[in-house]
Design a protein around this ligand. Structure first.
Ligand code: HEC
Ligand code: HEC
Ligand code: HEC
Ligand code: HEC
Length: 413
């Protein structure tokens, strides 16, 4: 059941397929290295439904809401099929929870027109459903582009990897073989293994006088595609899914990242604030950033007498998606601007007419988070629409920032 679902998600793009599948088809102990590979036991289970604006990275659950609410009737994701609405593929970047929600809000009238044609009811959402749906849209850019095995092989040559490594019949005959990595269906494993062997590998490079290779663009995904292509055992595959953000949060502390890095001001001051540094990234750019700094970090680690953090099982996968999740939650808005927006959009006409009206909305929103606010807002579109048509008011389009400001205004009343 799960497997069938996941394969419908990823028709076409094999690189993306890797990340979307969550099942373990075959678990092997046959990897020649002593290193532990992820096993079924350690692959993240679905997270519980979130009642707070908390990214749920489980794409299978997200896809379910996307289908249940008939979004899939008008939007394709990776499929080639053309539908009424624009394709919501991985090249769109939507921002935080309220930024993404605002695109839904703003397209509500256009959607309604098409929905009448298709004889669909406007969907209503519970808070977990809306969180799940927005999480799903938030996760799409994470998947990045699929890799090219041909480019990957050229890179292995160009970046001097083949001076110490072999892959299939290519590279250095007595080099460390890289073939076994290809069974893991996520490019994050490449980073995890390179990282774990970082001190040794970088040490060898330094003694040989070669520079530590760095990557850009889609390089690491291309290299991973080359490994997958050359994997001797095509039948054995280990799917990792996209990782679990909650585990990632723990790993970030446990591995000592927070000794040097802050996240939005909280934590160490030795290194860039990762809340700011990693925004607008995808899985490829995150693993690239991590690796490119391995050299610098190794020096710092030595200076601060810290032991190099090793990653086991799915730990790197969880850490990377945790970094990606950092921009999901909304920062607080500006109440004064929110008051203006609330007035200009005629929200006041219905909500602040009488004191009782005002008390009602303010009372309900005071303790609300962004998800509860957005859910109420969405579910009351029919009530609003009716009045707007009779009063000939245009649809109150709002950006994510507008929504943050309105929320701040209502909370401050
Ligand atoms: C009946 C058809 C239909 C349904 C159902 C539908 N949409 Fe749309 N959607 C559209 C059309 C048409 C557009 C483009 C029109 C516009 O808003 O400018 C659009 C635009 C969007 C956009 C903005 C894309 C962009 O780049 O600006 C997003 C995001 C979106 N839809 C998400 C959803 C989600 C999530 C659902 C399910 C809750 C959904 N849509 C259901 C027809 C539909
Ligand atoms: C100077 C030699 C050298 C170069 C150049 C080199 N490596 Fe390595 N690599 C090593 C050594 C040594 C190990 C550790 C082997 C061990 O521990 O058994 C290693 C380990 C690895 C591993 C882990 C393998 C596993 O099975 O877990 C990966 C992945 C890897 N290297 C990728 C690369 C890539 C990609 C490049 C090019 C960008 C590269 N290496 C360049 C020497 C090198
Ligand atoms: C000993 C201090 C230290 C520790 C511990 C540390 N880092 Fe770093 N990190 C740095 C420094 C310094 C930089 C910036 C290096 C540079 O600019 O070349 C950096 C850069 C980064 C970047 C790139 C940011 C950017 O702006 O490009 C990422 C991502 C990152 N670190 C993640 C991590 C993670 C995840 C951990 C935990 C496994 C970690 N770091 C642990 C010192 C550290
Ligand atoms: C035509 C009248 C009307 C307009 C205009 C209107 N609302 Fe509402 N709103 C309602 C009614 C009626 C309810 C309560 C019934 C419901 O939830 O469907 C409500 C409920 C809400 C709630 C949920 C409060 C609760 O009870 O938890 C929020 C938040 C809200 N509106 C925000 C806004 C914002 C922001 C605007 C301006 C963009 C706006 N409304 C414009 C009539 C309106």
């Amino acid at each position: 059941m799960r497997e069938r679902k996941s394969s419908t998600i990823a028709v076409g793009t094999s690189g993306v397929l890797c990340l979307l599948a969550v099942a373990v088809l075959l678990i092997g102990g046959g990897c020649s290295k002593k290193e532990t590979g992820p096993t079924e036991r350690t692959i993240s289970k679905s997270e519980p439904a979130a009642f707070q604006p908390q990214l749920n990275s489980d794409l299978i659950q997200g896809r379910k809401v996307f289908e249940e609410k008939h979004c899939s009737q008008c939007h394709s994701i990776f499929e080639r099929e053309r539908k009424i609405g624009p394709k919501l593929g991985s090249d769109r970047v939507y921002g935080s929870f309220l930024d993404i929600f605002s695109t839904l809000w703003n397209h509500a009238p256009a959607m309604a027109v098409y929905m009448r044609k298709e004889v669909l009811d406007r969907p209503r959402f519970s808070t977990p459903e809306l969180n799940q749906l927005v999480s799903f849209l938030y996760m799409l850019p994470y998947l990045g582009e699929s890799g090219s095995p041909r480019k990957g092989e050229a890179l292995l040559q160009e970046k001097t990897c083949f001076e110490c490594h072999s892959l299939g019949r290519k590279g250095r005959k007595d080099g460390v073989p890289l073939d076994a990595l290809g069974v893991y269906q996520s490019q994050v494993i490449l980073l995890q293994r390179m990282w774990n062997h970082g001190p040794e590998m970088i040490g060898q490079m330094e003694s040989k006088g070669t520079a530590i290779p760095t990557f850009s663009g889609n390089d690491m995904t291309d290299i991973f595609a080359a490994l997958t292509e050359s994997a001797t055992e095509k039948s054995r595959k280990v799917f990792l899914g996209v990782g679990n953000t909650e585990n990632g949060r723990k790993i970030f502390t446990d591995k000592g990242c927070s000794k040097c890095h802050a996240i939005f001001g909280k934590g160490g001051k030795e290194a860039p604030d990762l809340g700011k540094a990693v925004s607008q990234a995808n899985v490829t750019s995150l693993i690239t950033q991590m690796w490119n700094h391995a050299g610098t970090m190794r020096k710092r680690f030595a200076k601060m007498k810290l032991t190099w953090p090793y990653f086991h099982e799915t730990e790197m996968n969880d850490l990377i998606v945790f970094l990606y999740s950092l921009n999901y939650e909304d920062k607080s808005g500006d109440a004064a601007k929110g008051e203006r927006i609330f007035r200009d959009n005629r929200c006041v006409d219905c909500h602040f007419k009488t004191d009782a009206d005002k008390q009602k909305i303010v009372g309900d929103i005071k303790s609300a988070n962004a998800i509860l606010f957005a859910t109420h807002l969405w579910n009351h579109i029919p009530a609003m629409e009716a009045a707007m048509v009779t009063q000939a008011v245009p649809w109150p389009e709002m950006s994510g920032q507008d929504l943050r400001d309105v929320l701040a205004f209502l909370k401050g009343q």
